[in-house]
Design a binder for this molecule. Structure first.
Ligand code: FE2
Ligand code: FE2
Length: 208
């Protein structure tokens, strides 16, 4: 199905990847950490019944989680000075912008139930990855298990990579420190998924 995605979207995504190395690295790191965390969750909670197909769909969706940023001007994504309120507000729209991109490009390509399942997972990850367990996230401020569980996973690995990867505006911190920060902030995340992240700590090595 992914082979049939429109040329325009592919061009926009490639443009972002080529112009913003940090965006590419972050997307790959998040997908890599998602794979590691899913494997740990499968060991810790076998009743979750995560099969290989579901695991693959979530990993692919995690690679696309920030796709809405193709609609955010590059000067804002690359800005090293503090963002203005309006600029920050535009960045915070990327979950909805990404959802619209997927709805416009993927919905019409989904022919089978499997395709539709993949599109649903992509939409959930993209739209809800900045929601937080205690309702402090965005865009809707939904809480707990109202947040699709695949988005709860990406929320954790996304925050972990944000802390452990150096950006133009922020120095990286060591991974044990990042996990401790997440654990301190545990009211914002699914505690079971956080426990699995802690157990997988040694395997969480970014390649970018
Ligand atoms: Fe994001
Ligand atoms: Fe992200």
């Amino acid at each position: 199905m992914l082979k049939n995605i429109s040329k325009d979207l592919e061009d926009e995504y490639n443009m972002l990847i080529n112009n913003q190395k940090a965006f590419y690295n972050h997307s790959v790191n998040v997908a890599l950490y998602t794979k590691i965390l899913l494997n740990q969750i499968k060991k810790d909670y076998p009743s979750c019944k995560i099969n290989d197909t579901l695991e693959f769909y979530i990993e692919m969706a995690s690679l696309l989680h920030d796709i809405g940023k193709v609609k955010v001007p590059l000067y804002i994504l690359n800005k090293t000075e503090p963002l203005s309120y309006l600029e920050f507000d535009l960045i915070k729209k990327h979950p909805q912008l990404g959802y619209i991109i997927v709805a416009n490009n993927f919905d019409k390509l989904a022919k089978t139930n499997e395709d539709r399942k993949f599109v649903e997972i992509c939409k959930n990850v993209i739209l809800f990855h900045h929601e937080r367990w205690d309702g402090s996230g965005y865009p809707y401020g939904i809480k707990g298990n109202k947040i699709p569980w695949e988005a709860q996973i990406i929320a954790i690995v996304d925050s972990f990579d944000a802390m452990t990867y150096s950006r133009c505006y922020q120095e990286a911190i060591p991974k044990d420190e990042a996990i401790n920060k997440l654990l301190k902030d545990k009211k914002r995340y699914n505690k079971y998924i956080l426990n699995s992240l802690k157990k997988a700590e040694k395997e969480l090595i970014n390649t970018m």
